[in-house]
Design a binder for this molecule. Structure first.
Ligand SMILES: Nc1ncnc2c1ncn2[C@@H]1O[C@H](COP(=O)(O)OP(=O)(O)OP(=O)(O)O)[C@@H](O)[C@H]1O
Ligand SMILES: [Mg+2]
Length: 333
């Protein structure tokens, strides 16, 4: 952790809303054997994107600086990454999409709205007790600008960290007037015109924190893990989003669904992916995120997998998913 970073002044943070470059390519490997029953087959060939040749090719691209900037949206896209089911890849998705978009020239703020602070950890932003955090913004009206910090060494990437205090916010906000509007007001006062994306990482619940995130965003990005029961609970989130749309936020819509932790060795995973596509249609990104050990290792190094191992299948898949998001930005506005 870079403790020195916590000392950055607000003017440094805002003044530094600069732009960088770089990235990766190629979608997730989705070679599914339909001959297997829905059980994991233990012996499979390694993912072809993780061969020495793929790594060498990726390293060559990185070395030659061949990253192209992607289109940036004409105005800031505020996306809430939500699924009340735990452990489906919300935080991993927030962090890696944000890193990849920043690497390709966008300015991205990750708002960590989960008391676990996993996104803050992965982005190497201090979030121990006493650090100015999203809690202060939501509960004490502290300006968001005072808690935003640069994330890791990636230009253009920022994080509003969550401390464990946020766990109390669900209860502390209950008697507060306009308790669902705390985040949207903070974001309006923050002036997002210097940003291309705000990605809000939600906790695994439909409480006041997630409600604030849904009120503040125009888009919902729904990560769905490719496993049994994947669609269970999603309907509850959709119902909540609909209530928010009707009562607070008419523009809110589920713009993007991302299939995560795909295990190509199981027929089950491919069946779930088919079901999700049948249910959500074209809002499902073509890219599927595979299970990749590198993805799960990266946060312990305070890194996204994009920087931790750019040639891994997980990094390449998240880069491709981020590219799809960027292309939506180019096409839709
Ligand atoms: N593609 C992947 N391959 C391997 N492991 C993954 C992948 N995506 C996520 N993981 C791991 O799965 C676990 C859950 O992921 P993550 O924390 O992103 O889920 P979450 O939805 O944010 O969880 P929570 O609901 O607790 O906030 C983490 O340990 C993460 O490192
Ligand atoms: Mg999480």
């Amino acid at each position: 952790m870079d403790q020195g970073r916590s000392e950055a002044s607000d003017s440094e943070v805002h003044g530094a809303l600069g732009v960088s470059e770089a990235g990766a390519k190629d979608p997730a490997a989705t070679d599914v054997s339909r001959k297997t029953t829905p059980v994991v087959v233990p012996e499979v060939p390694p993912d072809p994107t993780e061969t020495p040749i793929a790594r060498a090719a990726e390293a060559a691209v990185v070395g030659r600086g061949e990253r192209q900037p992607w289109p940036r949206p004409p105005r800031c896209r505020i996306m809430t990454i939500a699924n009340q089911k735990g452990g489906v890849g919300k935080t991993t998705t927030a962090v890696n999409l944000a890193a990849s978009l920043a690497q390709h020239g966008s300015r991205v703020l990750v708002v960590d709205l989960d008391p676990q602070g996993n996104a803050s950890t992965a982005l190497d932003v201090p979030h121990h007790a006493g650090i100015p955090s999203v809690y202060d913004v939501l509960v004490d009206d502290r300006p968001l600008a005072e808690v935003v910090r640069p994330a890791g060494d990636m230009p253009g990437l920022y994080c509003a960290p969550a401390t464990i205090d946020l766990a109390g916010a669900e209860i502390e906000l209950v008697p507060v007037v306009a308790r669902e509007l705390r985040l949207v007001r903070a974001l309006k006062a923050f002036d997002t015109s210097n940003l291309d994306y705000v990605l809000v990482d939600c906790p695994p619940s439909l409480g006041l924190l997630t409600l604030n995130a849904l009120v503040a965003a125009e888009e919902v990005l729904l990560p769905i893990q490719c496993e049994y029961y994947a669609l269970e609970g999603v309907q509850q989130l959709l119902n909540t989003a609909e209530l928010v749309r009707v009562n607070f936020n008419p523009g809110l819509h589920v713009s993007t669904v991302l299939l995560t932790m795909y295990d190509g060795r199981t027929r089950l995973a491919s069946d779930v992916a088919d079901d999700v596509r049948a249910h959500f249609g074209t809002s499902v990104l073509s890219t599927i995120i595979p299970r990749s050990v590198r993805v799960s290792e990266a946060p312990s190094r305070g890194q996204s997998v994009i920087t931790y191992d750019p040639a891994s299948s997980g990094a390449m898949a998240y880069t491709e998913a981020a590219r799809e998001l960027a292309m939506q930005s180019a096409g839709a506005r």
